[in-house]
Design a protein around this ligand. Structure first.
Ligand SMILES: Nc1ncnc2c1ncn2[C@@H]1O[C@H](COP(=O)(O)OP(=O)(O)OP(=O)(O)O)[C@@H](O)[C@H]1O
Ligand SMILES: [Mg+2]
Length: 499
């Protein structure tokens, strides 16, 4: 008997169908992958199962019996728990309080001194081998531990079916490994897991079967043993051959004055005496574990965090950059990791978001030149293949990957000479990842200088001319691209093993 069976599910938004007669089923104790391009309908299908959206037609069965799921509470009754693409934790509450929050909403303040909830939370975590102090505030945890807290929350609600929507987007390799251990342990106790991911290696590492959606249609469901990665990619993209990115040796003129030179920059306790030289047309990568300080280095350079000491030179001239406005003034752009909190205004349209960073540029044109403005955002939408290509659409209605494309489009459109990118392909599908990386290379070819932070090593290896290893807020090594043999080699360097 299937743990979950969804039959002929249909769903439209504003008259546009996004799920068309989709069938989806999950066996007890299996890890079932759900794959497809950005906007294929993965999150929508799962939100229907979770009672967030109502389906237009179709049938849901849980453990063989028809189920009416029209709210979050209903889903919980049926033992369905979901870890969302964006976190639902309350940062100011402790881990224990968050774990029990949804179940006893009226009690949340009593919980503060509730010893039994602390003991219970501890037990939940222990049962799946997660080692977190449940009395600390969630805001003090790393993203990885926040992720695990989200999962613990679902387990505590006694979920029999756990939905994970891109859970590893911000996790480092070893954190992914411990997450996977937890998931395996859960399946051993009969829990079924639905796993949404854009990462092929993960899908093969953890999933038993896979369902693939394309444009709201079911295109394949099979055991992964029967499918090669090429076949999976072909189903996802609908194309036979998808290009992979490989580095082509390029000459960077390092004798010229660096476009950006950072000398012994320190900020807070997360950035320690960092020195960097970045030349015109150069792509520089930051490799490091989660929490190593890569994001903080970018933030300090961009004037987002207060700098303690150190110097920054732009084209040989010393500059003080105290805030992002001054950073923009010297030709920098920062494409942030956290698109929700830092990159986009969710209630605004695609075009408003793209224009927000580009107003000065457009004011060269007459004040109310709508045509120019429309053309400007339409070009960005086309260049970045934003779907659906409707400039007026609110960003919060886009799929996760398309939101990420809007962030990138917005900053690239400001025509900066130095671009700092923090995990630019998080949540972006396989085809689009390659497009974004190609874009990075074409920007470099136009003479722009780029720093890329990425936890996906193949990506760094595909685009960077040089890679810095960041550890504990310090740059511990600098490697020319040709010095790095392959991904395994870089992985070892990251872990501090000199190979
Ligand atoms: N609330 C909504 N209102 C209108 N359209 C929506 C809404 N939610 C999703 N959509 C649209 O439905 C389609 C499917 O979106 P969905 O979020 O399910 O994609 P996804 O497969 O999860 O993609 P991603 O990999 O980018 O997360 C997209 O075209 C999206 O723009
Ligand atoms: Mg999604």
């Amino acid at each position: 008997m299937n743990a979950i069976e969804m039959k002929e599910i249909n769903k439209s938004f504003f008259g546009t169908p996004v799920l068309k007669d989709v069938n989806f089923s999950v066996l007890p104790g299996e890890i079932h992958g759900l794959a497809g391009e950005n906007g294929a309908g993965k999150s929508t299908l799962m939100k229907i199962l979770q009672g967030v959206y109502t389906m237009d037609s179709g049938l849901i069965e849980v453990a063989g019996s028809p189920a009416e799921i029209s709210s979050f509470q209903d889903a919980r009754q049926y033992g369905i728990g979901m870890v969302f693409q964006e976190f639902s934790l309350i940062p100011e509450l402790t881990v224990a309080q968050n774990i029990f929050l949804n179940r006893e909403p009226t009690n949340k303040f009593r919980l503060i001194s509730d010893r039994s909830s602390i003991a219970k939370a501890h037990k939940v975590l222990e049962s799946v081998g997660i080692d977190i102090d449940v009395t600390v505030k969630v805001s003090t945890l790393s993203r990885a531990f926040q992720q695990l807290t989200e999962i613990a929350k679902a387990i505590a609600a006694e979920a029999k079916i756990l939905i994970l929507d891109e859970p590893t987007a911000s996790l480092a390799k070893h954190e992914v490994d411990s997450l996977f251990k937890v998931l395996k342990q859960l399946t051993a106790s009969g829990v079924s897991i639905i796993y949404i991911s854009h990462r092929m290696d993960e899908i093969y590492q953890i999933c038993d079967r896979i369902t693939i959606l394309r444009d709201g249609n079911l295109v394949a469901v099979d055991s992964l043993k029967n499918l090669s990665p090429q076949e999976v990619i072909a189903h996802i993209t609908g194309r036979k051959d998808v290009e992979m990115l490989s580095y082509e040796g390029r000459e960077v003129d390092r004798r010229s004055t660096p476009v950006l030179k950072v000398v012994e920059l320190s900020a807070g306790d997360r950035v320690k005496k960092v020195s960097i030289e970045l030349h015109a047309g150069e792509v520089l990568g930051f490799a490091g574990l989660m929490g190593s300080g890569r994001t903080e280095i970018l933030r300090a350079i961009f004037g987002l965090d207060k700098v303690g000491s150190g110097k920054i030179y732009i084209n040989g001239e010393e500059k003080t950059i105290k805030n992002p406005r001054e950073a923009k003034g010297v030709g920098m752009a920062l494409i942030p990791e956290d698109r929700r909190r830092q990159g986009l205004i969710m209630e605004h349209s695609i075009s408003t978001n793209i224009l927000s960073a580009n107003l000065e540029k457009l004011s060269h044109f007459s004040f109310l030149n709508f045509q120019k403005i429309n053309q400007f955002s339409q070009t960005a939408i086309t260049d970045f293949e934003i779907r659906p290509p409707e400039a007026k659409r609110e960003v919060k209605l886009l799929s996760g990957g398309n939101q990420q494309k809007v962030v990138i489009a917005k900053w690239v459109a400001t025509n900066p000479s130095i671009i700092l990118m923090d995990e630019p392909t998080v949540g972006v599908d396989i085809g689009t990842k390659v497009e974004i990386m190609k874009l990075v290379r074409s920007l470099a070819a136009q003479g722009k200088s780029i720093i890329v932070v990425s936890s996906e090593l193949p990506e760094l290896l595909g685009v960077c001319d040089r890679i810095l290893i960041v550890k504990n807020g310090e740059v511990t090594d600098s490697l020319e691209r040709y010095e790095i043999r392959d991904e395994d080699h870089l992985q070892l360097m990251l872990q501090g093993i000199n190979a």
